[in-house]
Design a protein around this ligand. Structure first.
Ligand code: PLP
Length: 462
């Protein structure tokens, strides 16, 4: 049955899905003879499929559903009230109350003088907007700077500009040539560094490499450095101590804008409203999306420091950029209600209170020979899987394919767990629970993962 009381014809849905629905980043051929997973409802941290089977969603949608799935009624009322009052108007030259209120709310939560909010429909649009803003900001001040620097393996979205900043090679190559002049530098992956290298040495290496990249590119041609506070792709790479301070100092020295891509990390995932606060990153621009509305609406935001808007307040100058749905009143009403719920339910405080419990619970999995590393922060963690724990040897492409896609992903799903096995870098499992989860969900997660990974380890040794 659906929420509206009608019977679901599962076979018919399967047929229609196979005939008409093109899933994102999906090997559609795999469903020619098998069932498409169809999720029909959710509550709390759980989802249910069309056959009535329940799943613990340890990926929170896609790193997005901070408040879980149980607030549809309350958020729906806010959306319906907005629909009655003003179902749509645009932010092109006009304002409306919800966009104004949401901009003020976001500015109040964002660190420092990040006070100017430009709404978009999602993360990729946010990244596009940030790059365009950086370019036009420099040109408004009489400088022609256009290049961007980001990190290898980092995911920043899929539209052509965002894809160019993206450092995931297999996602880029089918669409080349991309927007020119993005330079990619090393990620902060410490697990495969020499074991005797100190944290300070690693930071120095990374910051030196970044400076060399800036100098090589021509410092006065570089508009922006873009980095996630914790890099998702590759498996939750946190930065070594002093790294972001070193990056900030280089950006200041060479007049480059620093953008923190907080599409995943903002709105509580790292135990703060913005991870830039927790790590004292001091960005000039922040991009955010997913958690802004807990993914109940397609809305994102680019937040700029006051100083970035100054040239745009002069004379006839205009930021030459806009998106029809940017700041959509219904989406803004949903995001406002999400933030209200997050405050009321003390969701960010829940992450702070439970971060160590989650880390300790996940650490139990380090006893398994196949689990080499556990890294992350807040409710954002990755387990790196290895062939040999002593040497940290990783799997080759074929092994990774049969292990992750052939065994771990389908087995987790069969066992009622959704989390992601990712091989964009070395093979990792990504864990990103809704921010309302607690020890009960941690135990269930680790129980299932423990069984699946133990069996995966046995299969490798066979
Ligand atoms: N930036 C980061 C850091 C992301 O993780 C993502 C998506 O996962 C994006 C940008 C792109 O966001 P969207 O899928 O909403 O376009």
């Amino acid at each position: 049955m659906t929420a509206t009381g009608t019977q679901i014809d599962v076979a018919e849905l399967q047929r229609l899905a196979r005939d008409h629905l093109w899933l994102h980043f999906t090997r559609m051929g795999a469903y020619a003879g098998g069932d498409v997973p169809i999720i029909v409802r959710g509550d709390g941290c759980y989802l249910e499929d069309a056959n009535g089977k329940r799943y613990l969603d340890a990926l929170a949608g896609l790193f997005a559903v901070q408040i879980g799935y149980g607030f549809g009624e309350e958020i729906g009322e806010a959306a319906a009230a907005q629909m009655r009052e003003l179902p749509f108007y645009t932010n092109w030259s006009y304002a409306h109350p919800r966009a104004i209120e949401l901009a003020a709310e976001v500015a109040s939560l964002a660190p420092g003088d990040l006070n100017r909010v430009f709404f978009v429909s999602g993360g990729s649009e946010g990244v596009e907007t940030a790059w365009k803003l950086a370019r036009q900001y420099h040109s408004a001040r009489g400088e022609r700077r256009w290049k961007a620097i980001s990190r290898r393996l980092a995911y920043h979205g899929t539209t052509l500009g965002a894809l160019s900043i993206n450092g995931v090679t297999p996602l880029r190559t089918p669409f080349e040539p991309l927007v020119p002049d993005v330079v990619h530098v090393r990620s902060t992956n410490r697990y495969h560094r020499p074991p005797d290298e100190t944290e300070e040495e690693f930071t120095a290496l990374l910051v030196t490499e970044l400076e060399e990249a800036i100098v090589q590119a021509g410092p006065d041609t570089v508009a922006m450095v873009m980095m996630e506070p914790v890099q998702n792709s590759g498996g939750c790479f946190t930065a070594p101590a002093g790294y972001f301070q070193g990056v900030r100092a280089l950006c200041d020295e060479y007049g480059i804008l620093l953008c923190a891509d907080e599409v995943i990390t903002a709105f509580g995932r790292i135990g703060a409203w913005f991870a830039s606060d927790r790590y004292d990153i001091r960005p000039d621009i922040v991009t955010c999306a997913k958690g802004l509305s807990s993914a109940y609406a397609a809305i994102g935001a680019v937040i700029a420091r006051d100083a970035l808007m100054e040239p745009f307040l002069e004379g006839k100058r205009t930021f030459m950029h806009g998106i029809t749905f940017g700041g959509h009143p219904v989406q803004a009403a949903i995001a406002l209600k999400n933030i209200e719920i997050m405050r009321r339910e003390r969701v960010v405080e829940n992450v702070q209170a439970n971060e160590q419990v989650l880390r300790d619970t996940l650490s139990q999995l380090l006893d398994l020979p196949i689990v080499g590393d556990l890294r992350g922060a807040g409710y954002f963690w990755a387990l790196e899987l290895v062939k040999d724990k002593e040497t940290r040897e990783t799997f080759d492409n074929e092994e990774s394919e049969s292990l992750l896609r052939g065994f771990i992903s389908p087995t987790m799903f069969e066992r009622g767990l959704i989390c992601r096995a990712d091989d964009r870098g070395d093979p990792v499992l990504q864990i990103s629970l809704p921010l309302i989860a607690g020890p009960k969900e941690f135990d269930e997660l680790v129980g299932i993962l423990g069984d699946v990974l133990a069996e995966a380890g046995r299969r490798i040794r066979r």
